[in-house]
Design a protein around this ligand. Sequence first.
Ligand code: NAI
Length: 414
Amino acid sequence: MIKLPEDGELIRIEGGVWKVPNKPIVAYIEGDGIGPEVIRPTIEIVNEAVSLCYGSSREIKWVKLYAGDEAEKLFGTRLPEETLKTLEVVRVLLKGPLYTPPGGGWRSINVFLRQHFDLYANIRPVKYFDGLPSPLKNPQGIDMVIFRENTDDLYVGIEWPWDSQEAKKVREFLKKEFGIELPEDTGIGIKPMSRYKTIRIARLAIRYAISTGRKFVTVVHKGNIMKYTEGAFREWVYEVALKEFGDYFITEKELYEKYGGRIPEGKLVINDRIMDNMLQQIVLNPQQFQVIICPNVNGDYLSDAAAALVGGVSVAPSANIGDTAALFEPVHGTAPDIAGKGIANPTAALLSACLMLEYMGWHEAANLIREAIQEVIRQGKVTADLARLMGKDKYLKTEEYKREILEIMHSLKH
Ligand code: NAI
């Protein structure tokens, strides 16, 4: 295992509850392609924000871990044993993108890490910064966080081709046991959705909603058609909200029938939307959503559609969270077409780090960084990817963009 900083302490995550010391140890992997170009400035900005907000009383003790191209060169393997062993102890990781060859080659390290640490919630914040390019006429005020279940549903991969022995057996079983007759050319996929897996993501999302002062939690599902999977998902999320967190929640019905449409002090509203309606709603009236909980497949569609409303991939952050570990990373990949040119946009990585700071309870530092990002974008001081979308000729290189953010953070604090 890699030696940890002696003056740092480990973050403890137990049952999804974080205990964060003042000098927490956090691991980082720079990643491939533009990874180092976005992760290095992110760490510098985060350190500065923490120092500006808390002086010397708090400081992140970073530990560099190796994976991807860099690890291959140094150790002859893309995911060294040392990296995994250290992560098993440190448990909180900020990560750049890692290259995965399409088709053959090695298995995705990203997928491996998610499975190994049972990171069951994929979290995608979708926030509009004034000035960002958007296909919407009125994107102002969009600020939602999507919690997508990561381990259940059709993506578990229980499926067989139509002409396999397995598919044939399932068809025969359905016919014999239930009198359900499927044509012989029917492929089979199974959609498992469990109470346990739904309840744990519901808890995680609800805790987040409460701790960040949100007012609406929305369950998205297709329960009108798939009653015992998607419909059950809806029921189970309501159950967690109203039974476990009953002191906090009112239903949408109560909001209008009992409270005249005004949310009482200290309360949140739980409601739900059917997936097809939801895809309309996030285009027509996205500002109504704050925290969204959805199953795996719907979440996949929804999170990409939502990201497109607020600037796309180079500003889209994410986290993968479990009960005992967490991984924060930008949504984008290694961007081989621009790697090494010093023009990558570090905003997605930076916003992923903000999400990490929120999980640590260091909200002031997260807010300071977000305010600075808002200011540079408002002033049109952006990297090439956004400049192009905004129809601007002039753009900042990554290094210049970082310096602007640092300067603005200083001016906001003084
Ligand atoms: P990509 O996200 O790397 O690039 C798509 C387009 O967006 C490119 O034109 C790129 O230049 C641009 N772009 C992406 N991030 C940017 C940024 N920060 N600043 C400016 N422009 C940016 O997607 P692609 O090309 O499909 O994937 C490349 C590699 O990345 C693949 O090997 C893939 O497996 C890997 N990947 C890794 C991920 C991870 O580690 N979590 C996630 C997605 C892809």
